[in-house]
Write a protein that binds this ligand. Structure first.
Ligand code: ADP
Ligand code: MG
Ligand code: ZN
Length: 478
């Protein structure tokens, strides 16, 4: 199979829950995890005679998202009914937006692993209320309407992505922006940030798109990338063996690592959209839009530019450190105490993130605080401990949450910068390795590194590395 002959085309639809106190059209709490069917009222359970009232905060967060995603915001838009029957949708329709969404024509610039940037278009953003949730049990299905009427925005991308990595990076950037600006908490396990991926393949160079398959509700960045990769291969394989791709909805089976058919086009919904008669036209005043623009929080892109300027970081470093607002805040706090931007960036990205990843922890629950890490960096800069020992100290800090100072004291980790102590260690190494010493003397100067390594070992890694290097050479050559 020759994947190279083909090109994938990917467009993503993301549903993001807005962080409001109440639901989109009633005053029930927008809260996850309450007892089933306790956050409900006549409006969100579709009782006859009840009427929706628009939540202004939801509109504000939606507009904030549109601004953050460089979209046009339309001062006038309309809500539409999207009709379908489902047990968790008591009204028999979802209030959404269709022909006239509140926002269109945006984009995100994403960072690729090749070092390049790519601009991915956003077709539209519209408001939508969430449906309830059906829980399938062995004895039947239980419906929980706590989520019915929770405010969402749906962000539809242009079919601009060409592989799983680009789609993953788009999603990560989108997730980060929405969290940064306090629009959506991004919790994927609770379903607050959900993605459908549309995928087709075509021969490289073809100008028409192939038939697309839609992958539904994939709940992690990793799975999105895996599912897309699988689906691209599946489609190429099908096309290569003369099969026709049929328009389908498929789901990702994370146990089997494959995509599976959910429904075919014949079963595709006809939603019979029409303008929502219970709601007026949605009108945003220019003064209100200006106000939201003025109050916009700093976005990851802006933080990244500031980091690059202030701390001389690379594009890549800056993009990693602005991956979440919490991480950016943590890093800023480290730098403000350590006064060493480059070292702080390295420690946060390599040691801290490495350990956090391995422990499956977020920076918010890091056992090492920003101030503790800054303190460790200061101890390296002042020569109290070597960078090498600092790594051991850090490991201990991560395991115990103790300060660097107490670990250094407990374990006697002070850096040895005393030339007399170092000299005796070096002499001992020379005595123990007479043949290497003879070879060195005979001209094999490469062995210098060997002696430095042995002497470092002799001091349990506590020697000041620069001084040790200098002394080893001096002693060997005398
Ligand atoms: P629907 O609402 O029925 O899902 P849309 O036209 O709104 O359909 O498209 C949804 C998503 O599918 C968009 O993100 C769009 O970029 C993407 N898309 C459309 N056509 C293709 C295609 N041939 N291949 C891949 N993605 C596509
Ligand atoms: Mg769709
Ligand atoms: Zn309600």
């Amino acid at each position: 199979m020759s994947l190279e002959k083909y090109e994938a085309v990917i467009g993503l639809e993301v549903h993001a829950q807005l962080m409001t106190a109440s639901k989109m059209f009633c005053c029930c709490p927008n809260r996850y995890g309450s007892l089933p069917n306790t956050n409900i009222c006549p409006v969100c359970t579709g009782q006859p005679g009840s009427l929706p009232v628009i939540n202004k905060k939801a509109m504000e967060l939606g507009v904030r998202a549109a601004i953050a995603l460089s979209c046009e915001v339309h001062p006038e838009s309309i809500f539409a009914r999207k009709n379908y029957f489902y047990p968790d949708l008591p009204k028999g329709y979802q209030i959404s937006q269709y022909e006239r969404p509140y926002s269109t024509h945006g984009h995100i610039v994403v960072q690729l692993k090749t070092g390049e940037e790519k601009r991915i278009g956003i077709t539209r953003i519209h408001f939508e209320e969430d449906a309830g949730k059906s829980n399938h049990e062995s004895y039947g299905t239980l419906v929980n309407l706590n989520r019915a009427g929770v405010p969402l925005i749906e962000i539809v991308s242009e079919p601009d992505m060409r592989n799983a990595h680009e789609a993953g990076q788009y999603l990560r950037a989108l997730h980060s922006i929405l969290r940064y600006a306090d629009i959506c908490d991004g919790n994927m396990e609770e379903g607050n940030f959900r993605c459908d991926a549309n995928i087709s393949v075509r021969l490289r160079g073809a100008d028409k798109f192939g038939t697309r398959v839609e992958l539904k509700n994939i709940n992690s960045f990793k799975f999105v990338e895996k599912a897309i990769e699988y689906e691209i291969q599946r489609q190429v394989f099908a096309v290569e063996s003369g099969e026709k791709i049929i328009q389908q909805t498929r789901s990702w089976n994370s146990a089997k690592n494959i995509t599976e058919v959910m429904r075919e086009k014949e079963e595709a919904h006809d939603y019979r959209y029409f303008p929502e008669p219970d709601l007026p036209k949605l009108v945003f005043s220019l003064a209100w839009l200006d106000q939201i623009k003025k109050e916009m929080p700093e976005l990851p892109q802006e933080t990244s530019i500031r980091f690059k300027k202030s701390f001389e970081l690379s594009d890549y470093d800056a993009s990693v450190l602005t991956g979440s607002k919490e991480l950016a805040n943590y890093f800023e706090s480290v730098v403000s105490h350590s006064k060493n931007g480059k070292a702080s960036a390295n420690w946060v990205m390599n040691e801290l993130l490495g350990r956090l990843n391995a422990a499956n922890k977020e920076v918010e629950s890091s056992p090492v605080t920003a101030i503790q890490l800054a303190d460790l960096i200061c101890k390296i800069d002042s020569g109290e401990i070597s960078g090498k020992i600092a790594k051991t100290v850090f490991e201990e800090m991560f395991a115990t949450s103790k300060d660097a100072s107490s670990i250094i004291k407990e374990k006697g980790f002070i850096q040895i910068s005393d030339p007399i102590a170092l000299e005796s260690a070096i002499c001992k190494v020379i005595e123990n390795n007479p043949s290497q010493f003879a070879e060195y003397k005979a001209g094999k100067v490469k062995l210098l590194g060997f002696f430095v390594g042995q002497a470092m070992k002799e001091t349990q890694g506590q020697a000041n590395p620069a001084l040790l290097n200098e002394l080893v050479k001096k002693i060997l050559d005398r």
